[in-house]
Design a binder for this molecule. Structure first.
Ligand code: THU
Length: 138
């Protein structure tokens, strides 16, 4: 299902950034490459890919890598997200990454879930993580 009205002018740039960084994913175990790209408060684009490890639980999702990049570059806000996985299905952020995104993205931020051929579905963070716990709960 493609919700054209939810596709922003930044989508194409974010999609390309996520697709490019996805090529660098380190996935010798799952072979499932993922790229994530964020739009920041000043409209910069920050990206990251998944990085797996021979000790499997030490692997890192693409969204977590992108968040590390975001913070390292001095940003604190995510205004829009593109995630591109492998195969035909949409790449839905895992539960842990939904919570990671919650730290830096408002509940109405759009998360575009894609495959390498294009956009499949857009949901807000609130859709993906209802009744969530965030910084303002502390
Ligand atoms: N993966 C991500 O990078 N992001 C997600 O939101 C879902 C899963 C990665 C983790 C692992 O390297 C591979 O996809 C297969 O689960």
């Amino acid at each position: 299902m493609i919700d054209k009205h939810m596709i922003s002018e930044n989508f194409e740039k974010l999609f390309q950034a996520a697709k490019d960084v996805r090529d660098n994913a380190h996935v010798p175990y799952s072979k499932f490459k993922v790229g994530a790209a964020f739009l920041t408060e000043d409209n910069s684009i920050i990206a990251g890919c998944n990085v797996e490890n021979a000790a499997y639980p030490q692997s890192q999702c693409a969204e977590a890598s992108a968040i590390g990049n975001l913070v390292a570059k001095g940003f604190t806000k995510i205004k829009e997200v593109v995630v591109i996985g492998s195969g035909d299905l949409l790449c839905s952020p895992c539960g842990g990454c939904r919570q990671r995104l919650r730290e830096f993205a408002a509940l109405d931020v759009n998360i575009h879930m894609c495959n390498v051929n294009g956009h499949i579905k857009t949901s807000t963070l609130e859709d993906l993580l209802p009744d969530s716990f965030g910084p303002e709960n502390l």
